[in-house]
Structures are given as structure tokens and as C-alpha cells.
Write a protein of this length. Structure first.
Length: 290
């Protein structure tokens, strides 16, 4: 009678080694595929925000968002676009519609309590976002409202605000936020420029606050996590975060979307007044904290 021969220990170890090797080879590819899928969804969100912004400028405000969002009855761009997206003109439809709230969240970030994303610094009037967590601002809803607001992963290029139709008080406020002289504030914003914003002008991008005013002279942040900088509404720091493998997604003024390496943020035409750098900068030498 022939006896069936079993596997030897050496043969089993060889098989296990081969399986382990295959897993080691496949896991990076699977992780890369997942990151790519996440980035594609984020790009789709930004493209839709760009379309909604275009509808807003055609039907509501041809020069963009007026920088008066703290006035009674006025709201931030998050609320203004929410009305267009939800096809309503009322000021009190909050909380944000579920479909619109989903659009505002990059899948690389997690709402606190719903994933691994950590909250950023609480400023008292809002929570700064991080590379893995969205931000929240208290003034998204009408003033004197206790209705909870939503979260958002995307940042408006502050130079796209309609500064010429803003009040003198808010022009001064914008100048302070952007670090520019209020006496010549008009020249810095696209709403006052003779040249329209174009294919190299960011509209919205992955970010940690609802608006920022980047300049080509802004320094590289020491921390690419976000959420811990002292002043979140100034400069390029709000966008320079490691959200998509050392890059962020950007929808431009002409509606197209790009995956932009962090070092190339300084080459974009954020404001009509500033000349962008002709070449991206290297971030490899910076002391990152991930």
C-alpha cells in the first residue's frame, strides 16, 4: 500500500515565505491604489465646488463672495454655496444638507469622532483643520443661531473675494488678515483687477481654514500637519499640508482641477499683484512631523 506523503517543515516554510513576499509586494500597490481613489474623489468634490461657485457668480454675485461674512445675515462661502447647491435662498436651512456636507469633506480627512482624524486647535470661534481632519467655523450659520454647523476640508483663495463691494471695516479686516496695506488693498484682489483670474489662479484647494491669502514670499511651514499654526488665515501655510502624499488638490478659476505638489504652491498665481515663483521649492530638507 502506498502511503501519502505530507509536506515537510522546510516545504511549509518555503510556501509561507512566498506568501509573505507576495503580501509585501502587493500591500504598497494596494495602498497606492487606495490613495489614488481617495484623491480622485477629492478632485471630484473640488470640481463640483467650482461648478457651484460659477453658478453663484452668475446668479448672485458676479464679483464673487463679498468679504462681509460676519455681518448680520451674511454668511461665509460655505453657507452661500450651500444655498446654491441645495437650491434654496433661505438663511436658516441649516444644518447643512447631507449631500452638500459630503461634498465638503475630502475622504483623506475624518470628522472628529468618526475616524482617525484629530481636531486642530480650538480658537474659540472655530476649530482649525489638520492634514487628516477638516475644520469648522462658528459663523457659517446666521448670527445668534444655535444650530450646529458642518465641517469642511477645503479653503477659498482669499484673493478671490469681492473686496470692492466690501465695507470699509471689512476691507481693513481683510488687509490685516492678508498682511497688506489697506490704502492699496484693491490692487491685490481679482475682483478689482483688469486681468481676470485664469488657469493658474486657485479657487479652492485642500486646506485647514475657510480662507487664506497666500503670497510667494510666504515661508515654508515647519509642520505639514496643520492645526497648530498661530494664525491660520494668513499665507500659504493653510494649504501646505501633507494630505495627498506631499500634494494637495486644487480647482482653478477656469474650472479645471490639478494635483499640485506642495513645493509648487509658490508657483501658482494666487493674486494679480504678486508674481509667482518661476520654479517650485524643495521641501525635502524641512523637519517634518507626521
Amino acid at each position: 500500500m502506498n502511503r501519502r506523503r505530507g509536506f515537510t517543515l522546510v516545504e511549509l516554510l518555503v510556501v509561507i515565505s512566498i506568501i509573505a513576499l507576495l503580501i509585501a509586494l502587493l500591500l504598497p500597490a494596494l495602498a497606492k491604489a487606495r490613495a489614488l481613489a481617495v484623491s480622485v474623489i477629492c478632485e471630484s468634490n473640488l470640481r463640483q465646488l467650482g461648478v457651484t461657485y460659477s453658478e453663484y457668480t452668475q446668479s448672485e454675485a458676479p464679483h464673487g463672495f463679498v468679504f462681509n461674512y460676519l455681518d448680520q445675515g451674511d454668511q461665509s462661502w460655505v453657507a452661500a454655496l450651500g444655498q446654491i447647491y441645495a437650491n434654496t435662498q433661505t438663511d436658516n436651512y441649516f444644518p447643512l444638507p447631507a449631500a452638500y456636507q459630503k461634498l465638503l469633506i475630502c475622504p483623506a480627512t475624518n470628522i472628529p469622532g468618526q475616524g482617525a482624524g484629530a481636531e486642530g486647535t480650538n480658537l474659540g470661534f472655530g476649530i482649525i483643520g489638520t492634514s487628516t481632519g477638516p475644520f469648522q467655523a462658528d459663523w457659517w450659520t446666521p448670527q445668534n443661531s444655535n444650530i450646529p454647523t458642518g465641517w469642511c476640508s477645503y479653503d477659498l483663495n482669499g484673493w478671490m473675494y469681492d473686496i470692492q463691494d466690501s465695507s470699509a471695516y471689512y476691507q481693513s479686516d481683510a488687509a490685516g488678515n492678508a498682511g497688506i496695506p489697506v490704502s492699496s488693498i484693491q490692487r491685490y484682489f481679482w475682483s478689482s483687477s483688469q486681468t481676470p483670474a485664469g488657469a493658474q489662479t486657485p479657487l479652492f484647494a485642500d486646506g485647514i481654514w475657510q480662507d487664506s491669502w497666500p503670497k510667494p514670499t510666504d515661508p515654508v511651514p515647519q509642520n505639514l500637519n496643520g492645526g497648530v499654526i498661530n494664525d491660520p488665515v494668513n499665507g500659504i501655510n493653510a494649504y501646505c499640508i501633507n494630505r495627498h502624499n506631499m500634494a494637495v488638490n486644487v480647482v482653478f478659476a477656469d474650472g479645471h482641477v490639478e494635483h499640485v505638489a506642495l513645493g509648487d504652491l509658490w508657483t501658482l498665481h494666487w493674486s494679480p499683484y504678486f508674481t509667482p515663483l518661476s520654479k517650485g521649492i524643495s521641501l525635502t530638507w524641512r523637519p517634518f512631523s507626521f
